[in-house]
Design a protein around this ligand. Structure first.
Ligand code: NAP
Length: 267
């Protein structure tokens, strides 16, 4: 037990991580540092000290935590950012400190939605009927797989595709998802999109495209989530690895862990 605030590293890069950081930034029992991978140019500012760039695998992350006296890792990274999630769990376990994973729930179809799920980008790309006008919002790793389909017309939206060369049937859109459904709808209408291909990311930040496709009756094909290694909101978490699927749950769990680690704070 210590009377110092619990040094907490938040692995960030999502809207949910920003919400957790904002909710905890004034809490006296925790002292936050945020970490960004550095993939997004000009990321939104955070109200806590922020480091940028990889750590060098699980060993590098463990070393960073040891050197900086980190007593809790909050992994609020994207559900498809699997490597950092594995690293966070392994690094925390190696130091015997808690790791709290915020895993936002996937999207679920509503009545009338024409959705299909796939286990890989390759499987998805192979299943597209010739002649489709496809909007791909799958990140840079998916693009090379889809551009091999010369019998479709492709619009590929991702970060860092500025200047990328592709076949004549491909248009690159160097952009983040649009927050407004009307903007996504206008994009799909302008290009005459007949199929949306994306990840089942969950959350609000990239839902506008799903909502726009729903309005326009455009089928949505999604890359399926990997199965989380333990249940959600604490029900199947292990002693030192806690999985939560809500921001409130993650914030409350952090404060409980801090209260246990820091003497003098109310539990
Ligand atoms: P990834 O495959 O899990 O991570 C690749 C490597 O990037 C990690 O091994 C780690 O490098 C570094 N890294 C990732 N997140 C980091 C963080 N928050 N702080 C410091 N280093 C980090 O992840 P990804 O899919 O490339 O995503 C990178 C970041 O973008 C994540 O933080 C994620 O939350 C965010 N993001 C991802 C997606 C997506 O669809 N994948 C969407 C939106 C935002 P070292 O091994 O060297 O430590």
């Amino acid at each position: 037990m210590s009377d110092m605030p619990l040094r907490t590293l938040v692995l960030a890069g999502t809207a949910e991580s920003r919400a957790v950081i904002h909710a905890l930034s004034d809490e006296p029992s925790v002292q936050l540092t945020a970490s960004l991978a550095g993939a997004t140019p000009n990321p939104a500012g955070l109200p806590v000290p922020t480091r940028v760039g990889g750590f060098g695998g699980p060993e590098g992350l463990a070393e960073y935590c040891r050197e900086n006296g980190v007593g809790l890792v909050i992994d609020a990274t994207h559900p498809f950012a699997r490597q950092i999630t594995r690293n966070a769990r392994a690094a925390a376990a190696s130091l015997n400190i808690p790791c709290l994973r915020l895993e936002r729930p996937p999207w679920h179809p509503e009545e009338g939605d024409d959705w299909r799920s796939f286990d890989s980008w390759q499987e998805m790309a192979d299943a597209i009927p010739p002649g489709e006008r496809v909007f791909l919002a799958g990140g840079t790793q998916s693009i090379g797989i889809f551009t091999k389909r010369q019998d479709i017309t492709l619009w590929a939206r991702a970060l860092n595709v500025e200047g990328m060369e592709g076949p004549a049937n491909t248009t690159f859109i160097n952009a983040m998802p649009q927050l407004d459904k009307a903007d996504e709808r206008a994009t799909f209408e302008t290009h005459g999109i007949t199929l949306l291909c994306c990840k089942n990311s969950g959350g609000n930040a990239s839902f506008a495209k799903i909502s726009a496709a729903r309005d326009l009756g455009i089928p949505v094909w999604m890359l399926r989530r990997h199965v989380p290694e333990a249940g959600s909101d604490g029900d199947n978490s292990t002693e030192n690895y806690h999985i939560h699927d809500t921001i409130d749950g993650a914030v409350a769990a952090t404060l409980r862990i801090a209260a246990n680690a820091v003497s003098g704070w109310p539990g």
